[in-house]
Write a protein that binds this ligand. Structure first.
Ligand code: FAD
Ligand code: SF4
Length: 515
């Protein structure tokens, strides 16, 4: 009997397990549906990348001999919901079941499993990841205090990546302490590859301009890879030109360079244009051939083999409850300037401006600038997650949610990180060159021109002392707070309160006051 093989927009890999078992009579369906494009206001570059990549992938599948149905956004019969559209096609092609690969969102998997009465739905595991949610769940259930580092070592042993027998190459598992350097005075960045915009992509860009014009983000300067070939060019560029310096300045932020030595491979990996295995193996080869140092290669591989797999494991083992966690009871709506970049705080206006222009900000901008500010202001997990899910080309819930809710907002009570990543302006000043362009003075905590991060930081610690002061990793900082005079503490509290009272935000979330 015939199956409808549903391929979602983040499963664009020819080596996807499901495609290996697809029969000649089966119909492979790819569906553009309005529902997925609009449930948060995705950045136009993200929508364009995904639609163009899907259309190119459908063409590749046809070339390979698959029988393909492609539902375009403007097809008159399009049901505009992923499940409804797949069921419509299954009926039209007389299929007896719909088979798909585990989707990237719990919401979709749950909806498939609840579908009853009509055509049966089946799904198979996504074999492009190193670790299945089941395996991760087993590992998790044997840990009292799960930490990424333990999981990462297990994955190194299991894959043999950067291993010499049972020992880590270079004699250490982790070279992170070498990777926290601030931005050097002088460095040169090679020009990133520009991909040619073919007719198919041009058509998509026009469509996105027409339909998603009101979404946050610029479409001009679109630079994302939309085919496997283009993604491979980006991978080569990274390995040859950026990886050797990736480690040294991994945590640095530049006022002018949005990408620095980062790979920008998250989006093509998340879509399926590149496999995490080939990316990690290319990095390992660069080390073995003496082209890149161990601190860079280990640091890079840890992000993919460690963090990327870890957050996915947390997502699938903890959903759906995970989405409701709010350990710090944060209820503020999103500050309006997250949609405009219109703030005198230079670090924030640059991180948001770069996001608007490129659908990209690197990890430290997400974690320590936009994330840190939201944490210090008690922005609700729901509000912040919707924003992160909308604005980056690489945003998918399975990776965005644990990073935002867990890592940035500490809303899971310490499952993702043993302490909140809260920081004052001093951290941003050390790691970036923003402060010298800012109207605020990073050295000041009080007064009209004092950097807002400073009073917000101390006020955050005061507000959440009940939850955080007993955390062993926060002991030192609470010690400093306690040693301050009462006068200083109340002046800082007043300064932070006045700032927060004047911060224009979207309506607050949930019950009760947030401060
Ligand atoms: P590089 O710095 O070159 O890193 C290499 C690769 O490692 C990335 O491509 C990515 O696949 C992986 N990686 C690095 N850090 C993480 C991490 N913390 N979690 C998972 N994978 C990681 N990443 C996404 O892919 N999608 C998201 O929706 C997303 N949302 C995030 C939201 C917040 C608030 C934060 C703090 C981080 C988020 N990340 C997300 C993780 C990380 O910031 C991005 O993967 C990275 O910035 C992508 O840029 P890059 O490819 O140049 O990364
Ligand atoms: Fe950001 Fe404060 Fe530095 Fe301004 S002074 S760039 S607000 S950290």
């Amino acid at each position: 009997s015939r199956s409808l093989i549903l391929i979602t927009g983040d499963q664009l890999s020819l080596d996807l397990g499901l495609l290996q078992t697809t029969g000649d009579d089966d119909v492979v369906a790819l569906c553009e549906v309005a529902e997925e494009g609009r449930y948060v206001p995705h950045h136009p570059q993200k929508i364009a990348m995904m639609l163009s990549a899907m259309r190119h992938f459908a063409a590749t599948l046809r070339d390979k001999g698959y029988r393909v149905h492609y539902s375009a956004l403007d097809d008159p019969d399009n049901a505009h919901g992923l499940l409804a559209e797949a069921e419509r096609l299954a009926q039209a092609y007389d299929c007896s079941r719909i088979v798909t690969t585990r989707p990237g969102e719990w919401r979709l998997l749950d909806a498939m499993e609840r579908r009853q009465g009509g055509i049966p739905w089946q799904w198979v595991e996504d074999d492009r990841f190193y670790c299945t949610p089941g395996e991760f769940g087993d590992w998790l259930s044997h840990r009292r205090q799960p930490r990424m580092e333990g999981f990462y070592r297990l994955m190194r042993r299991r894959t043999g990546l950067l291993m010499e027998g049972d020992e880590p190459m270079g004699g250490q598992w982790n070279f992170d302490k070498d990777n926290r350097r601030p931005l050097p005075q002088h460095y040169t960045l090679p020009k990133p590859p520009r991909h040619t915009v073919d007719d198919l992509t041009r058509e998509v860009l026009t469509l996105v301009e027409e339909h998603f014009d009101e979404h946050f983000g610029r479409l001009d300067g679109f630079h994302w890879p939309v085919t496997r070939r283009q993604a491979l060019v980006d991978l080569r560029h990274f390995i040859d030109h950026l990886l050797p310096s990736f480690g040294d300045v991994q945590d640095a932020i530049s006022d002018s360079d949005p990408f620095l030595f980062h790979s920008r491979l998250s989006a093509p990996m998340n879509l399926g244009l590149l496999s995490p295995r080939e990316v990690c193996e290319a990095a390992e080869t660069a080390y073995l051939e003496g082209h890149a140092p161990i601190n860079a290669v280990e640091g890079f591989i840890r992000q993919i083999l460690g963090w990327r797999e870890y957050v996915r494991g947390i997502y699938w083992t903890r959903m759906p409850d995970y989405k409701g966690y709010n350990a710090l009871q944060a209820r503020r709506g999103l500050p309006h300037f997250y949609w405009s970049g219109d703030t005198g705080m230079r670090c924030l206006s640059r991180a948001i401006g770069m996001t608007r222009d490129n659908a990209y900000a690197h990890h430290i901008q997400r974690l320590m600038v936009t994330g840190n500010f939201a944490l210090l202001c008690d922005v609700s997990p729901e509000a912040l997650c919707d924003w992160y899910l909308a604005v980056y080309a690489d945003a998918c819930e399975w990776v965005e949610l644990p990073n935002t809710l867990g890592m940035v907002l500490h809303a899971d009570g310490g499952l993702m990180g043993s302490k909140p990543y809260c920081a004052s302006g001093k951290y941003i000043d050390r790691m970036s060159d923003h402060c010298r362009h800012c109207r605020y003075d990073v050295k000041k905590t009080l007064g009209e021109d004092a950097c807002p991060f400073n009073s917000l930081y101390w006020d955050f610690l005061e507000r959440h002392a009940d939850t955080l002061a007993s955390n062993p990793r926060m002991k030192l900082i609470y010690g400093s707070l306690r040693r301050m005079s009462d006068d200083k503490r109340s002046a800082m509290r007043r300064q932070a309160t006045s700032f927060l009272d004047n911060l224009a935000c979207e309506p607050s979330y949930g019950q009760g006051p947030h401060r």
